[in-house]
Design a protein around this ligand. Structure first.
Ligand SMILES: [Zn+2]
Length: 81
């Protein structure tokens, strides 16, 4: 398998316009990364500011995976939030 894991700075974006951090129980990161889990886009190296800004009504666009997706809110269950 050549599927790389997500780094700790990745933001995962679900098709419900919700952003998740790595390690959230809502994610199945191996499947998302491999493309077997549809309905997700992501930003492999995001900044803390990008994460925080999502909540201020600024949509964050995915750069990989399904790049048509953007996040408009942050998951409330993610680790470290
Ligand atoms: Zn989450």
């Amino acid at each position: 398998m050549d599927t790389l894991p997500f780094g700790p700075n990745a933001i995962l974006i679900h098709s419900s316009a919700t952003a998740h951090r790595v390690g959230c129980r809502h994610n199945d990161e191996a499947l998302i990364r491999s493309g077997d889990h549809s309905g997700w886009g992501w930003i492999p190296e995001a900044t803390a500011e990008q994460w925080l800004r999502i909540d201020e009504g600024q949509a964050l666009q995915a750069t990989e995976g399904n790049t048509s997706l953007s996040a408009k809110r942050r998951c409330k269950h993610c680790p470290g939030d």
